[in-house]
Design a protein around this ligand. Sequence first.
Ligand code: 13P
Ligand code: SF4
Length: 304
Amino acid sequence: MSATSVIEEIRDLLKRHNGILLAHNYMRDEVQEIADITGDSLALSMEAARTDAELIVFCGVHFMAESASILSPDKTVLLPRLDAGCPMADMVDVAGLEAMKAQHPGVPVVTYVNSSAAVKAVSDICCTSANAGKVVASLPDREIIFVPDRNLGRYVARTSDKTFHFWDGYCPTHERMKPEDVLKRKSEHPDALFICHPECNPAVSALADHVCSTSGMYDYCRKSPARKFIIGTEAGILYRLRVENPEKEFILASPALICPNMKLTSLEDVLHALRTLSPVVKVPEEIRVPAKRALDRMLAIPRD
Ligand code: 13P
Ligand code: SF4
């Protein structure tokens, strides 16, 4: 089947099922190209909560499709590749988090959305990389348990006067980028700004001109008068940065910045999901209801 006929059938099936195709900013270029909406974790969860569509095809990883199912229980949520997981999300489980809570009784748990629905269900509030600072600041408590990303947690803690208890999780893709990679790129392109994601190791973030979520990078690079940027996040972000800013240059900070899970979903997988209306991601009610509470508390915080 030619790529054009695959895309045509995807569009036809989406129309027939009153469906919407959401794609994370790290998806393959050709998937982002046909998506109705591309965005960061926060934008996509807000869209999943708001859309009138009856079917959501989520091109991302498992926890994102779970968030869509939690927020929109009456909609069918498809994850074209059920094996697209997130190793950072898998680094924390309910038993481990309950043990940590027992060590710090009464301390609220702030959980990065890169986590399972079950972990969200035993958390007080969620956050994304776009709103983590605001979420932490919204809590009256002096102490915070922050899971699972130690790097995002440390990044937020730098500008907070609260005491943090960090879970020792991390994103293997961002962690692979070393300060030496960045320094090499900076010496090759001394006129470029370095922008990175808060999932990076603190030694890398310390070298950045700006640290932000994936959608924050689109805003920043569009508004900045600079012409050249070294980008410290997953390679998929380059697609839209280059489309939206043809006169600017974007250089990946390290060739290691490829998340294998985010690269799994192909157009053929999307088509197969729409033809078979599977695989479905559905969070059971006993987990969905408490997990939704944590997501709703986050979504109630206004976005900039
Ligand atoms: P954001 O798109 O929210 O910045 O998240 C990055 C990420 O790692 C998603 O898996
Ligand atoms: Fe998980 Fe990192 Fe891949 Fe995002 S980029 S899905 S945090 S492993």
